[in-house]
Design a protein around this ligand. Structure first.
Ligand code: IMP
Ligand code: MG
Length: 167
């Protein structure tokens, strides 16, 4: 495993994202919606870097592995609050194919959110089938499999304080 982004770099960048969100949402109370489990380190740090009144909720997404509809996404945990008319900030660990965020943006729109912005810690530099453009991006990284700071390989390595590349 090779270190790609250090703990210090993450801390600095998360503080910058928090300041930007604070400026952009000044005077309103946005709802942060985190996608578990990958967002488990990033979201709490981001919230602490944001100087606003905020509300918080989580969704859990999984992939359907059967043979009827391969690749279909399943919402395992639904948003638990009423987000109609609210400013939503959807937060994920990493933008890869974009399918997860595309699915959730659609879902959140149907629930009547006033507007939605997307915040990801990492974005893989690659061509995407879906058109997802995050409003807040921590780092753009090469199209490699990464772990740490919430990101797992077979449920392990989420507790690394830095981002590493699997070799
Ligand atoms: P999507 O392909 O953009 O829908 O990404 C789906 C999810 O796959 C992300 O939210 C991550 O949890 C996971 N994922 C994608 N790339 C990586 C990676 O390099 N390491 C760990 N998890 C990843
Ligand atoms: Mg995830």
């Amino acid at each position: 495993m090779k270190k790609l982004i250090t703990e210090k770099q993450i801390k600095k960048r998360v503080r910058e994202l928090g300041s930007r969100i604070t400026n952009d949402y000044r005077g309103s109370v946005p709802v942060f919606i985190g996608i578990l489990k990958g967002v488990l380190c990033f979201l709490p740090d981001l919230l602490r870097a944001t100087n606003l009144s905020v509300e918080l909720d989580f969704v859990v997404i999984s992939f359907y592995h059967g043979n009827k509809k391969p690749g279909m996404l399943i919402l395992e945990r639904e948003i638990g609050m009423d987000i109609e008319g609210r400013h939503v900030i959807l937060v994920d660990d990493i933008l890869d194919t974009g399918k997860t965020l595309d699915f959730l943006v659609d879902h959140i729109k149907k629930k009547g959110a006033k507007d939605i912005s997307i915040c990801v810690l990492l974005e893989k530099e690659k061509e995407r089938e879906v058109n997802i453009k995050p409003d807040y991006i921590g780092f753009s990284i090469p199209d490699k499999f990464v772990i740490g700071y919430g990101l797992d390989y077979q449920e392990r390595f989420r507790n690394l304080p830095f981002i590493g590349v699997m070799e």
